[in-house]
Design a protein around this ligand. Sequence first.
Ligand code: SF4
Length: 231
Amino acid sequence: MGKAWTQEELEKVSRELEGKDPSLAIKWAVDNFHPDVALACSFGAEDVALVDMLVKVKPDARIFYLDTGLLFKETYDVIGRITKKYGIQPERCAAALSPEDMEKKHGPKFWEASPDECCKIRKVIPLETALSGLRAWVTGIRRDQAPTRANAPVVGWDEKFKLVKINPLVTWTWEDVWNYIRKNDVPYNVLHDRNYPSVGCEPCTKQVNPGEDPRAGRWAGKGKIECGLHK
Ligand code: SF4
């Protein structure tokens, strides 16, 4: 049982880390919560950059990913390359219901009929399981990704999942992320080179056109912009 952080304390830490090197936020997270803190890694561009930073701060830091069973083969490929390069063993968190069982229970292409329910089964509930027992989690969200993320602090209390949430990259731009990836030779999902700036499950992710919002390919035409992992 570690220290219970007050809202005021978290806000103070967040202010101190605002605009600083993201590695400082990672170091704060590790110093205060390891081994009860983990990076939630989708293996998207932001998250592979965070893996690189995290491993440099704490080689045995905890990393987990949500395997929905519906990821692109290119995503499984980058998981393999990252695992090999950094010598890490990310914890795999999967839904209790396999894609095949989901189809038997809810019908074919459940993600088209009920994307929120599908995300709940395949992402939100597994995330709740992954976070249970942790005191903090680290994510790769950035403020300019979506209106829902515009006010995300570097450090704050996650009311939805009831633990501290650290967002080291909130002030970074897409360009900052790629500068870091190139400078540090970080393996990344090759779909990013094929007009998929944001990569989720294969059935719900499309290529974007030049000039389109980077997240326009996620749940295109469904009026949905978040899977429920972030408020
Ligand atoms: Fe289901 Fe699509 Fe959500 Fe993946 S992104 S869990 S396929 S609705």
